[in-house]
Design a protein around this ligand. Sequence first.
Ligand SMILES: [Ca+2]
Ligand SMILES: [Ca+2]
Length: 211
Amino acid sequence: MNTNTVKFGLIGMTALVAAFSSIGALATEFERTVDIKMFAPKNGDRVGLGGRGWFVDLAISFEHPLAATGFSGFQLTGPAVHNNVAPFPGTFSLGIDDRLPGLIVLLDTTAGGAKSCQNIANLFNLTGVTDIKEGSTELWDTWLVGAPNFGVNTVSNILVAVAADLNQDGIFNDAPAVIPDANGDGVCDKSDLKAFGLASNIQKAKFFINP
Ligand SMILES: [Ca+2]
Ligand SMILES: [Ca+2]
């Protein structure tokens, strides 16, 4: 072993130690304290009729009190006359959900907006509180797809996650309207979600939207 080999060996080891330290720091910074379960769609499901009438149905458990979840009220909403009306108003559009502003939902067959990078969480119709215990909160959140704007007669992939508390205000209210395509490959997927920063697991399903 000559001097150069020893030198490069040391540099390699230093880089490795630095890499592990930074992974450790990231893991601490974005600790997973939110768990998402997705009841629908499941892998292999053949959903809806004519591209509509299918559901995304979630249970989101936070190891945090209600105030930290970002939840800003119940909603029962939808397009047209259902948008933002009593008794449980909420806005209805592409982008960040006004009721659950940490939620990120990406569908690779979304026809409008930023396509696979477009957060569509504000299309969710039904949001409520399903369990509160000391220091933990469970919310259920459901979308009934009312228009064939998200793929028809096609395979589709859905990804769901809750953004990390990026602005560190103690509230999970940091979802973006559009996820940055971090690796620049023209689509948004799990790697872009991870690069953005998450507080939760990523739920995913590959399913078929019926004609
Ligand atoms: Ca925040
Ligand atoms: Ca990407």
